[in-house]
Design a protein around this ligand. Structure first.
Ligand code: CTP
Ligand code: ZN
Length: 159
């Protein structure tokens, strides 16, 4: 008897595996994928995983991620593995990592922070205080961002 949930292998593209359970849709939204592009996309949520207990998986045919997209996935799902698939084979596997310093990707929540002043060419810089749960601290004003703040900035609001 077939007891495993199976999702077809993909021919060419990207498999984002070991996403924290429940976060696959944030990853898709951050990538700007809605389904209306016509790409073949598989989303699996809350399946058993040896490493994580439960995990989500996103498979996108015909897409190779850019570096900034990989950095953003690390902030949404710090355990994720990015697999690049060519001709049905995994040709590259990258475990994402949250860097100690996150530069230029996020806005400070403090409106009077120097990084938010019009005309100030100051790139945001956040130090990672904790990965799980994610907490970042602005280098300039000390304001903190939570994982929820980061997700809402990267996916454009949580519904
Ligand atoms: N995968 C896929 N299509 C392919 C090849 C792989 O959808 N043509 C998927 C697999 O289903 C798996 C992920 O890509 O979810 C990684 O594949 P693989 O490295 O073969 O699996 P594992 O060894 O289990 O990966 P890990 O060690 O990262 O857990
Ligand atoms: Zn700040």
């Amino acid at each position: 008897m077939e007891r495993e949930l199976r999702v077809s292998k993909i021919a060419e593209g990207t498999v984002i595996d070991h996403i924290d359970a429940g976060r696959a849709l944030y990853v898709l939204k951050m990538l700007g994928l809605t389904g209306s592009e016509g790409l073949t996309i598989a989303v699996v949520m809350n399946v058993p995983s040896k490493k994580l207990g439960r995990k989500d998986i996103v498979k996108v045919e015909g897409v190779i991620l850019r570096g900034d997209q990989v950095s953003k996935i690390a902030l949404i799902a710090p355990s994720a593995t990015i697999n690049i698939i060519r001709n049905y084979e995994v040709v590259e596997k990258v475990k994402v990592s949250v860097p100690p310093l996150v530069e230029g990707l996020l806005r400070c929540a403090n409106p009077s922070c120097i990084t938010n002043q019009a005309g100030e060419p100051v790139r945001s810089r956040f130090h990672v205080v904790s990965v799980r749960p994610l907490r970042l601290r602005c280098e300039y004003c000390g304001a903190e961002l939570s994982h929820e703040d980061v997700v809402s900035q990267l996916v454009g609001g949580r519904e």
